[in-house]
Ligand binder design. Structure first.
Ligand SMILES: Cc1cc2nc3c(=O)[nH]c(=O)nc-3n(C[C@H](O)[C@H](O)[C@H](O)COP(=O)(O)OP(=O)(O)OC[C@H]3O[C@@H](n4cnc5c(N)ncnc54)[C@H](O)[C@@H]3O)c2cc1C
Length: 477
């Protein structure tokens, strides 16, 4: 008789690794299979351009990772994870050379929005300051509501919900009198690939702002691979087994197990586990065009604040950002002036590039499956705020929707969020269900960012899925 594992996990992204760790640390025997040659999914680091330049092909900055209740409960520092903090988490430069900033200090952030709007920013964040742990338990932990748990802090969550329900396009104008506050908020909301006039898009924007005040927006020393390697190291220390270079195509290829946990897209899960049309209605979202740069020196931003920030948003006004998001997500065309989300980790981590050189990435949004080269549009935007940028480029690696989809099977059509975030899809994923981590097959579970609380390197979907698994395994025992 072959031995039966307690759980087999498919996919070693942050959620698959977290699910595996959560089960192993509760005494279950876990085996994990990953298609790529290294673990990490959206949290990996590679020499994409030139020798000695260590790029993050996907995630780079980790406001929700550093504040993740799941990661904080694990000894990841003992397995090599070290967070490093840039001087400023975020700068949002304007054509006149000034910037709105997101700083650890609420005062500095408020002041950067101008005297007429500083008070409005303080009033926006005040009810939630110093309450990150409570908020994260319910916001990042809101998947637990589907697992039979009542929110830990229902009044705080209700207040947060009411504050963030109105669309960013409306709320930003109602709260702020000048242009910098709305632009800052719109840039933060732009991390969610959805139109700014959708309800609840302000929720992640406010979470990102509160994360900056509570924990910062750190980068892991050595790159995002350090998060995945720490999770994998901890899993192995707990007795778990990891197989890389193994793409799973059918459930019956896997060893016998009491539970199968999939860090995959819902449609791939349906195909592999024979769930028929279970996720035929699942919608994927828009995509992006990403460029990883090897640079001869730091980005020559005109704004001094942008030269001190780990992340820089390029898209001067709320109106510009709104147009760019509508173009990519609703109108199905490439924005002329994309909102750029950019990351410059080597400002604080010298291990990422040879001395005096830098790694830098920038991405702008595009419709799913868009084919073409958006390098010119991206670099035109960069040159407006960092004249002379192109002269510093030693090498670039570009990836549009088809290349992103090739990098990771979860990015269907180039959708890096593994599911649309438009409408209520950010809240209800992959479909309306009391426990969204369970499927029609009693031994098969889904744990990817297609489930609550959605995208980001925080492992919380893996954490909630593991909870659904261990409840079932214990009930079976
Ligand atoms: C360009 C870009 C920038 C980003 N920036 C940030 C950021 O700065 N901060 C942040 O927090 N998040 C960021 N993200 C989002 C973040 O990376 C994802 O939300 C996160 O990685 C999702 O984790 P996951 O475990 O659900 O899936 P993934 O990380 O996608 O991992 C899924 C894994 O499953 C494997 N797999 C899939 N199918 C199979 C199969 N059939 N057999 C075996 N293995 C399989 C894949 O190879 C992959 O390793 C970014 C993403 C991208 C693409």
């Amino acid at each position: 008789m072959p031995s039966i594992r307690d759980a087999v996990v498919v996919g070693a992204g942050p959620n698959g690794l977290t699910a595996a760790v959560e089960l192993a640390r509760r005494g279950f025997e876990v085996e994990l299979f990953e298609a790529m040659d290294t673990v990490g999914g959206g949290a990996r680091t590679e020499e994409l351009t030139l020798p000695g330049f260590r790029h993050d092909p996907c995630s780079a900055v980790h406001p929700t990772g550093a504040g993740s209740p799941a990661f904080r409960a694990m000894p990841l520092a003992e397995h090599g994870l070290e967070w490093i903090h840039p001087e400023l988490p975020l700068a949002h430069p304007f054509p006149d050379g000034t910037s709105a900033v997101l700083s650890h200090s609420v005062g500095e952030t408020a002041a950067s929005l101008g005297p007429r709007d500083a008070g409005a920013y303080r009033r926006l964040v005040a009810p939630f300051l110093g309450r990150w742990d409570e908020l994260a338990a319910d916001f990042l932990g809101y998947g637990s509501a589907f697992n039979g748990r009542f929110p830990h802090h229902p009044l705080l969550l209700a207040r947060f919900g009411l504050t963030t329900l109105p669309p960013v396009t409306w709320a930003a104008k109602a709260r702020f009198r000048d242009a910098k506050g709305p632009a800052l908020l719109a840039g933060l909301a732009g991390h969610v690939i959805a139109p700014l006039n959708n309800p609840f898009i302000a929720a992640p924007a406010l979470v990102f702002a509160l994360a900056a005040h509570a924990n910062g927006w750190p980068v892991p020393r050595g790159g995002s691979q350090a998060i995945s390697d720490a999770l994998a190291g901890y899993l192995r220390a707990l007795g778990g087994t990891i197989h890389t270079g193994t793409e799973v195509k059918r459930l019956d290829e896997l060893p016998p197990a009491r539970a199968y946990v999939f860090d995959t897209s819902p449609t791939a899960l349906a195909r592999i586990a024979g769930l028929g049309s279970a996720y035929d209605g699942f919608r994927y979202g828009a995509s992006l065009f990403k460029i990883d740069y090897a640079l001869d020196g730091p980005v020559p931003w005109t704004s001094p604040e942008a030269r001190r920030a780990g992340t820089v948003h390029v898209g001067p006004t709320l109106e510009d950002i709104d147009t760019a998001m509508r173009d990519a997500v609703v109108r199905g065309r490439a924005p002329e002036k994309p909102l750029l989300i950019t990351s410059q980790p080597s400002l604080v981590d010298p291990t990422r590039a040879p001395e005096g050189k830098h790694v830098f990435w920038a991405y702008g949004h595009l419709p799913a499956r868009w084919e073409g080269d958006a390098t010119e549009a991206v670099e035109r935007q960069l040159e407006r705020f960092a004249p002379g940028f192109r002269d510093r480029v030693l090498a670039r690696a570009t990836a549009g929707p088809p290349q992103l989809a090739e990098r990771n099977a979860n990015y269907v059509g180039g959708d890096i969020a593994c599911g649309s975030a438009a409408g209520l899809h950010l809240l209800i994923r992959p479909k309306l269900k009391r426990v969204p981590y369970t499927t029609a097959h009693p031994a098969v579970f889904l744990c990817s960012s297609a489930t609550p609380p959605g995208p980001g390197v925080h492992g919380m979907a893996g954490h909630h899925a593991a909870r659904a698994v261990w409840r079932r395994l214990r009930a079976a025992r």
